[in-house]
Design a protein around this ligand. Structure first.
Ligand SMILES: *[C@@H]1O[C@H](CO)[C@@H](O)[C@H](O)[C@H]1NC(C)=O
Ligand SMILES: *[C@@H]1O[C@H](CO)[C@@H](O)[C@H](O)[C@H]1NC(C)=O
Ligand SMILES: *[C@@H]1O[C@H](CO)[C@@H](O)[C@H](O)[C@H]1NC(C)=O
Ligand SMILES: *[C@@H]1O[C@H](CO)[C@@H](O)[C@H](O)[C@H]1NC(C)=O
Ligand SMILES: *[C@@H]1O[C@H](CO)[C@@H](O)[C@H](O)[C@H]1NC(C)=O
Ligand SMILES: *[C@@H]1O[C@H](CO)[C@@H](O)[C@H](O)[C@H]1NC(C)=O
Length: 286
């Protein structure tokens, strides 16, 4: 009797173990007509772009807060004119929320630009851009969104590059906290993106196509999954989920300051031309 019960439970245990970080189980290839592929039994996902189309994928799950980690290897060589988006977004209505990474390709040997933005209720205009302290095309590196009710922390290989605080009640700055989001990523031509003012048109060297990017080690273990109008997190689980109130310790704050002073190339909070009537209120908060 006891053994029969154990056998009945085993398949569940097995599913629980393999369900972490399997691309077939966690994502749908939503765009690109075969240009996106899930390989190595679900351990690797690749996207590809050629002169006909790019490709993309989307998470099956929706999240309302999470510590979402993914390793990416960006397009090698002359990636000029290509863009990799990697972001969280709620349903595209006029008032959607979005938390963005985008990786803007460059000529061989020239640095990729990492673009970040936060949109709440359809309004963004909060761009910060960075160079990286390594070549993101040689190896996989971890890009993370920590999104909890208090703050959003963008991190690269565990180093924070940007923090967007919830200043909604103190300063009236809208914060994404009520709409569940999916994870999305695309590899596409910069031409297909409505760019945020900056940049300008960049040619792509199609003779070098296809352009490929790879993904592995997806990790959403710390997350609140939204399912049928309810969250997998509740007051009981919150007590054992420190990530839900995580903030930077003093060493991480130091690291953040170092990255921002050495690698940040654009900050909306310094763009007085873009905000002639005054910078957004959160720009006063250190
Ligand atoms: C796309 O590239 C292929 C291979 O280089 C080429 O044969 C084809 O003509 C191109 N198609 C378009 C629409 O440019
Ligand atoms: C988006 O819309 C679909 C279909 O209406 C629904 O099933 C899903 O829950 C919605 N997701 C969000 C994030 O609102
Ligand atoms: C490419 O690299 C140059 C520096 O060599 C930089 O000025 C530029 O912003 C980078 N990005 C793009 C999209 O050209
Ligand atoms: C990269 O591609 C662009 C667009 O076709 C081209 O103008 C540039 O010369 C190429 N650069 C290198 C180093 O191959
Ligand atoms: C790039 O992706 C395409 C489509 O998945 C694939 O056929 C090709 O072999 C890949 N190229 C490299 C260098 O991995
Ligand atoms: C909280 O969530 C856990 C795990 O999802 C569940 O087992 C538990 O019953 C929930 N507790 C309450 C009070 O809803």
């Amino acid at each position: 009797m006891a053994i029969a019960l154990l056998l009945l439970l085993l398949p569940d245990l097995f599913t629980a173990v393999v369900s972490t970080g399997n691309f077939s189980q966690d994502f749908d290839l939503t765009w690109g007509d075969g240009r996106g592929q899930i390989l190595d039994g679900g351990d690797l996902l690749t996207l590809s772009l050629d002169n006909i189309s790019g490709s993309g994928f989307r998470s099956k799950k929706e999240y309302l807060f999470g510590n979402i980690n993914m390793q990416l290897k960006l397009v090698p060589g002359n990636s000029s004119g290509t863009v990799i988006t990697y972001y969280l977004a709620s349903n595209k209505s006029t008032l959607w929320d979005e938390i963005d990474f985008a990786f803007v390709g460059n000529l061989s040997g020239e640095p990729y630009v990492v673009h970040t933005n936060v949109l709440t209720q359809g309004k963004g205009d909060k761009v910060q851009q960075f160079y990286l302290w390594f070549d993101p095309t040689q190896d996989f590196h971890t890009y993370s969104f920590l999104w909890n009710p208090l703050r959003i922390i963008f991190a690269v290989d565990g180093s924070p590059i940007r923090v967007f605080k919830n200043l909604e009640s103190s300063m009236g700055v809208p914060y994404p906290r009520s709409q569940p989001m999916r994870i999305y990523s695309t590899l596409c031509s910069a031409k297909e993106l409505v760019t945020d003012g900056g940049g300008g048109f960049v040619e792509t060297d199609w003779s070098k196509a296809p352009f490929n990017a790879s993904y592995r080690n997806f990790d959403d273990k710390e997350s609140c999954v939204w399912w049928s109008g309810a969250s997998s997190c509740n007051s009981t689980t919150a007590a054992t989920s420190p990530w839900l109130s995580d903030q930077l310790d003093s060493a991480s704050q130091e690291r953040l300051r170092w990255i921002q002073s050495n690698y940040m190339i654009y900050n909306y909070c310094s763009d007085v031309q873009r905000f002639p009537d005054g910078l957004p209120p959160e720009c006063d908060v250190v």
